[in-house]
Design a protein around this ligand. Sequence first.
Ligand SMILES: Nc1nc(=O)c2c([nH]1)NC[C@@H]1CN(c3ccc(C(=O)N[C@@H](CCC(=O)O)C(=O)O)cc3)CN21
Ligand SMILES: CC(C)C(=O)C(=O)O
Length: 386
Amino acid sequence: MSFSRLLTPRLLLDTSAMFPPSSSTVASSLSRQLRCSTRTGGSPPPHRHVARRVMSNGAPAEPAIYGGGAQQAPSAVARRVTLATLRGKHRRGEPISMVTAYDYPSGVHIDAAGFDICLVGDSAAMVAHGHDNTLPITLDLMIEHCRAVARGATRTFLVGDLPFGTYESSTAQAVASAVRVMKEGGVDSIKLEGSTPSRISAAKAIVDAGIAVMGHIGLTPQSVSALGGFRPQGKTVESAVKVIEAALALQDAGCFAVVLECVPAPVAAAATSALQIPTIGIVYHDLLGTFQHPLHAKVSPKFCKQYGNIGDAINRALSKYKQEVETQSFPGPSHTPYKLADTDVDAFLNALKKKGLDVAADAAADAVEYSEKEINGTPQLNKIYA
Ligand SMILES: Nc1nc(=O)c2c([nH]1)NC[C@@H]1CN(c3ccc(C(=O)N[C@@H](CCC(=O)O)C(=O)O)cc3)CN21
Ligand SMILES: CC(C)C(=O)C(=O)O
């Protein structure tokens, strides 16, 4: 989900509890939320390196290739977002920004943009794996997504989703799954869907185990079978009251925040006002406009607002690349920086000929000539890298 739901008449995923209950209308919250998430001056904060997260899967520590090995001066280290940070923001009535991510690059982007929370959602099943709903994703796969995001987002507060089938049977099962997502996924908290008594017990047990829990009510996609589709919730008096009761029950269970998805604005506003914990909103790919293709229409909910046209940009870049491959204008000399030493070229050609590979030797000789060409008077890479 994108933040767009905040602007629609039917509020779909509410962030208004990020403000003091009386302070804002839902419709005005988006611009403030975005202003806040980019901090001062409207531009994102610089991406500063924060020490890597701890992930345990028995594997040896990985060398930091992209993150850089050098320790940074303490002044250059950004503060990691913690539950205390989030509580402080909520107390002060400051908006809290949250968005989904499933992989390392989006984790890096979200960290750099200065988001408060990143949800590694089980929507990955649909968005990243092409399933029709969120049910098929496994705990192991969710953990891999968490690990990838955690490598990229070192500052943002991370929430890992508990997949369908990993927490419903017993509180012991719920705690065991939550512990795995925390230990192996390297996230800061977990999210689970629903508010039936067994889900409330699960949330409580996980909180008791020392793990921060985010609740999720309204439309709970893992219940798509029982709900009969990705249907808006809280549209009758009875169902609307249930949403409020569910929100309160999750708060009582110790949840630090609640996702309120696909409910009418007045229901969201009432829940937000009744709660002392924040209600939150979100999906990266929806807000970036990744799903331009008609085949993706089923993935992006109809309430989303697009803040970018990344899908078009991807299509354009892919078409151009394909065309350059087909017309053989890529790769050119400047994209083949690897070079045989001049003194080795003849020996290589002779070795090929000795093996009877004369045609291959000719091709190699042509390639040497091509890579030594100058383009617009600029020596190409094999000279530069010599
Ligand atoms: N990309 C993406 N964004 C999401 O927000 C998202 C996912 N994927 N996957 C998991 C769930 C599924 N979500 C959805 C998907 C569709 C609608 C939607 O358009 N519902 C219609 C009603 C459809 C019906 O009645 O069957 C609506 O009127 O809101 C809502 C939430 C939200 N979540
Ligand atoms: C849509 C959000 C709330 C979610 O649960 C997910 O991304 O899986």
